[in-house]
Design a protein around this ligand. Structure first.
Ligand code: 9MR
Length: 381
């Protein structure tokens, strides 16, 4: 991609009227090429997945089965992403209708979708305190929880063995404000299995699928606040201990649900953490990237510009590290984002957030251009 062309398009995009965005026609989506303007034929760029591939990493997005059943959205996802993360299908509350049974129908649908569209599949998530089935609380005890967890991991990871790019084995296991010396969250898993549930889970996942990249996924470790630094230190302490014990943890997931108005935006402390993680031989996946923008700003075009600038600032930091192997957006178009769907801190003016690279009509936004520029600027892996 030619930097000058990009800059020209970005400027055109920035001033593109009410929508403030590029229009991707259906034909250009299918051809995998973004085009300028509804009637224009000026190719503006290659898809994000291609820009990422050129540098040796993956670009993916989260989507649900029902979202992928929406034809324009499906076309957008397939054109832009080469890594698919099912948003719901591989969580306990979907996979486990009863303590004895497994329902792989939605997961398998996603696997077929990924295969048919030349995408890799990323599994989210095996051990999480949330999204547990209704029966879990009344059923799991200190006596049976370890076996329940092991049976889940063995069965699910074996079912998809050799077909997963990566698994989030552990999700959100840290919460230093729970005041444990190891920084672990006082979760249902910790209470029922004990703190070694993490090591047990990684070993079981590796035994069931020696090929998948096994991740520990966390949020709240990105910015320059004391809370984030405390969590990063707890994360490092736990990772070092796991490495010392040869536990097969291969990567960390940094969720990256970021706030465009954050005065303590990711910076030097975060960068140092990425260095430390990389020096341990671990890979890094930006696993759930989006930007909430809560500023009281009535100009949605301006908000889109602010979000775009933050995207580039953030991705420039993370992609400098060659250990970063994938960037995953949590959604792709503003039409389908958890932030506009029951998020507990909605915008005060009631307007929707504009967190993703495409707007609700599948038009590329300034954020798309910013991501593309970061990918182009990234050193090859
Ligand atoms: O975006 C997801 C939402 O649709 C689900 O209802 C919810 C519970 O399954 O999970 C959301 O995704 C979360 C992810 O699994 C873990 N990190 C935070 C994400 C946003 O809440």
């Amino acid at each position: 991609m030619i930097e000058g062309l990009n800059r020209r398009v970005f400027l055109k995009t920035a001033g593109a009227g009410a929508a403030g965005c590029l229009v991707l026609g259906q034909a250009s989506l299918q051809a995998g090429t973004a085009r300028m303007g509804s009637g224009g034929d000026d190719p503006v760029s290659t898809p994000l997945k291609t820009l990422a591939e050129q540098k040796g990493f993956l670009y993916g997005c989260e989507a649900t089965l029902s979202e992928l059943s929406d034809p324009p959205y499906k076309a957008l996802v397939v054109s832009q992403a080469d890594l698919l993360v099912p948003g719901l299908a591989l969580k306990w509350d979907v996979l486990r209708p009863t303590p004895e049974t497994f329902d792989f129908s939605q997961g398998d649908w996603n696997l077929n979708f990924a295969r048919q569209n030349n995408m890799k599949l990323r599994g989210h998530t095996l051990v999480w305190w949330d999204a547990l089935p209704k029966w879990f609380k009344g059923y799991a005890t200190q006596q049976n929880a370890k076996q329940l967890m092991l049976n889940h991991i063995n069965t699910v990871v074996t079912h998809y063995a050799g077909k997963m790019q990566s698994w989030d084995v552990i999700n959100e296991a840290l919460l230093p404000t729970d005041n444990r010396s190891d920084g672990l969250r006082n979760s249902i898993w910790l209470q029922l299995v004990g703190p070694d549930f993490i090591e047990t889970a990684f070993r079981a996942a590796a035994a069931a699928d020696p090929q998948a990249i096994l991740c520990w996924n966390e949020y709240g470790i990105e910015n320059e606040s004391d809370a984030a630094e405390t969590k990063r230190q707890a994360f490092l302490q736990n990772l070092r201990e796991l490495r010392k014990r040869n536990v097969p943890v291969h990567a960390i997931g940094i969720q990256s649900h970021l706030d465009a108005t954050d005065p303590k935006f990711p910076g030097e402390q975060f960068n140092r953490f990425l260095h430390q993680v990389s020096d341990m031989g671990l890979k890094i996946i930006v696993s759930e990237l989006d930007f909430a923008d809560g500023a009281p700003d009535p100009d949605v075009n301006h908000r889109s510009q602010v979000v775009a600038a933050k995207y580039q600032q953030y991705l420039d930091i993370v992609l400098k590290h060659r250990s970063t192997i994938a960037i995953v957006s949590w959604g792709l178009s503003d039409k389908h984002t958890w932030l506009n769907n029951g998020y507990r801190f909605p915008r005060k003016d009631g307007a929707p957030f504009v967190p993703l690279p495409f707007d609700a009509n599948m038009n590329a936004k300034p954020a798309w251009q910013a991501i593309a520029r970061s990918f182009e600027n990234a050193p090859p892996r």
